[in-house]
Design a binder for this molecule. Sequence first.
Ligand code: IMP
Length: 202
Amino acid sequence: MKNIVIATKNKGKAKEFQSLFQPFHVQVLSLLDLSFEVPDIKETGTTFEENAKIKAEKIASILQTTVLADDSGLIIDALGGRPGVYSARYAGESSSDQDNINKVMNEMNAVLPKDRTARFVSVIAVAVPGQQTFFRKGTCEGEIALTESGTNGFGYDPIFIPVGYKRTMAELSAEEKNNISHRTNALAKLEDWLASNWLKGE
Ligand code: IMP
């Protein structure tokens, strides 16, 4: 079975990528599965693309293998696009998911239901040693709930209601989320590359 390394130490994300890659018969390793500690990489970019590129290329050069990195976040229209690239640390450098949710919900307090539109964005960068890094982008449209609910998933899932649903992302099963998520949509755009280049060529 082929391996691909996902440049993340986020257990929730690693789990999602593992199930998203299942149909390709690829073994997905995250940085948590390696036998040595990979240093934390500072996300110094100002766009999802820049951060995904930094993560994928740094780890590919350390491991000398194909590395996929995703940089993702939540864009809320009423907040001018925030938290955006700062989603993971919106309430401060070592903030928890709950701290970040609390900050968003405070800021959204007076925002009317019709103005609560938002989307999750995932930009995937694939770094293959010696080749040019390339990107795929996926989104998942929705709105910010009036109250938090649900315990599945991670991050902002308890306050995000995807278009077409009445439940938050944290109230959907893993399978339901994987059918519609921004990461799934980005990964679907990698299928051509997976099928034609990497799976046959490496
Ligand atoms: P990254 O690890 O720099 O890509 O940070 C992504 C951050 O965006 C996470 O820590 C979450 O706060 C948020 N995020 C990304 N994807 C999701 C998702 O599927 N559900 C909920 N929050 C997400």
